[in-house]
Design a protein around this ligand. Structure first.
Ligand SMILES: *Cc1c(COP(=O)(O)O)cnc(C)c1O
Length: 369
C-alpha cells in the first residue's frame, strides 16, 4: 500500500469483492442482490463502487435520492437503480434516466402517475414501499385495497417489487418485533398478489437481516454497510474486510510541559511532559467534535494515540508521547487495522455516520487486486 502524503480515504475494491462474496454466500444463489450505494456509497465513491459491483454481477442498486441515481447513469451504470426516497422534484429526472422510484405514499403515487403520464410512459417500473413498523416511509397494510384499486386501471406504471424495511435486525432483543414485521410483510405480499393478479419481487432484508433472518430473504436482499466491511456485530466484522482506510500524516510534533494546554478553549491541560502530533484533518473532513477529548484514537506506527482536546475544523492534535514517530509519518484514523465501528461507538454513534461523514475534501484513492 502506498504511504500517505496527505489525508486520503483509501478504498480497497478487492475487499469490496470479498464482502460481496461473503454476503452472497449467506443467501440462495437464486436470490437477487441489491447493492445500496446511497450517500456516495457510504462515503466510498458511488461510481467506483457501483462499477466494481456491476462487474461482480450485482443485480440492482439503490440510492436515496434521484440525483444520486443521475450520477450513476452519467457514469455509465446500466443496472436497474431503485430510488428509495424520491421527492416529486426528482420525478422528471427519474424518468429521463430510467431510475425506479419507491412509491411510499398516496401523495407520491399521485405525483408520480402525473409525471409518468406527461412523459407518455407505459408500464414504468415502480416499487411499492410498505411500513411494517419502522414508521418512517411506506403504506400501511390496511391501505392495500385502495392502493391497488387506484393502480389497476393506470397503465403508465407497473409494480415490479414490493418491499419493507426492518427496524432492528442487529438487535437480538427485538427478535419478536422483527418476526412481527416479517409476518406483516408476508400478509401484505399475499394481499397485493391476489389483488394485482401477479406477484412482484419481494424484499425486506438489510445487511444484518441477511445475517440474522436469512429465512426472510424472499426474492432479493439489500445490503449497504456489509459491502463496506462492517457487520454491526463482532462475529460478522470478523468475516468482513473494511474497504476504506482513512489515512493522514503528522504535520508537526510539539513537546509540551506541565500546565500548558492544547487547542481551542484550552480543553486539554497538560499534566506532565507530553509529545503531541498535529494532524491535517478535522471536523470539516468528517471527524466531528464528539471524537475530541480522547473519544477518538488514531494509530501511529502501531500505537494508539488519543485525540487531545477539541477537534478543530482542519486539524486534530493527538497524544504521541512515547510513540516512536516523526513529522511526515503516516497515521491511520480507521480501517482494517483500527475499526471505524469501534471509533464511532466510543463517540456514541455508529459506523454508518462516521463513514458517510467523510467529506468531499478528502481525496479518494483506489486499490484493486
Ligand atoms: C440504507 C438502507 C438499506 C441498507 O442497510 P444496511 O444496514 O446498510 O445494509 C437497505 N434498505 C433500505 C430501505 C435502506 O434505507
Amino acid at each position: 500500500m502506498p504511504k500517505a502524503t496527505e489525508t486520503v480515504l483509501e478504498i480497497d475494491l478487492s475487499a469490496l469483492e470479498h464482502n460481496y462474496h461473503y454476503l452472497r454466500s449467506k443467501i440462495k444463489p437464486s436470490t437477487k442482490f441489491l447493492g445500496v450505494v446511497k450517500a456516495f456509497a457510504y462515503g466510498n465513491d458511488s461510481v467506483r463502487v457501483a462499477q466494481k459491483l456491476e462487474s461482480l454481477g450485482v443485480d440492482y442498486f439503490a440510492v436515496a435520492y434521484a440525483k444520486e441515481g443521475v450520477v450513476l447513469r452519467d457514469a455509465g451504470i446500466t443496472s436497474p437503480i431503485l430510488v428509495l426516497h424520491p421527492l416529486p422534484s426528482g420525478f422528471d429526472s427519474i424518468i429521463e434516466r430510467c431510475l425506479e422510484p419507491s412509491i411510499y405514499s398516496e401523495y407520491i403515487l399521485d405525483a408520480f402517475l402525473e409525471t409518468a403520464k406527461r412523459h407518455g410512459q407505459k408500464d414504468y417500473p415502480i416499487h411499492l414501499k410498505f411500513n411494517t413498523g419502522l414508521n418512517r416511509l411506506g403504506f400501511k397494510k390496511d391501505q392495500v385495497p385502495q392502493l391497488i384499486d387506484k393502480l389497476t386501471p393506470r397503465k403508465e406504471v407497473k409494480v415490479v417489487s414490493i418491499f419493507s424495511h426492518l427496524a432492528a435486525t442487529e438487535d437480538k432483543n427485538e427478535r419478536e418485533f422483527t418476526m412481527g414485521q416479517i409476518n406483516t410483510f408476508k400478509e401484505i405480499i399475499l394481499e397485493v398478489e391476489e389483488r394485482l393478479g401477479y406477484r412482484p419481487k419481494c424484499h425486506i432484508l438489510n445487511t444484518s437481516g441477511i445475517i440474522n433472518y436469512p429465512e426472510a430473504q424472499f426474492d432479493m436482499v439489500r445490503s449497504g454497510i456489509g459491502l463496506y466491511g462492517y457487520g454491526n456485530e463482532a462475529r460478522v466484522d470478523a468475516e468482513l474486510r473494511p474497504i476504506a482506510t482513512l489515512k493522514t500524516i503528522i504535520s508537526q510534533l510539539h513537546v509540551l510541559e506541565a500546565n500548558e494546554s492544547v487547542g481551542y478553549n484550552r480543553a486539554y491541560k497538560v499534566g506532565s511532559k507530553k509529545v503531541t502530533a498535529t494532524l491535517p484533518l478535522g471536523h470539516a473532513d468528517g471527524i466531528g467534535r464528539p471524537y475530541g477529548n480522547g473519544k477518538g484514537q488514531v494509530l501511529i506506527n502501531g500505537k494508539m494515540a488519543p485525540i487531545l482536546g477539541n477537534v478543530c475544523m482542519d486539524m486534530i492534535m493527538v497524544d504521541a508521547t512515547g510513540i516512536d514517530c516523526k513529522e511526515g509519518d503516516e497515521v491511520i484514523i480507521f480501517g482494517p487495522q483500527t475499526s471505524a465501528e469501534k471509533m464511532a461507538n466510543r463517540a456514541n454513534t455508529i459506523s454508518y455516520e462516521l463513514l458517510t461523514g467523510i467529506s468531499q475534501r478528502v481525496k479518494r484513492v483506489f486499490l484493486d487486486g
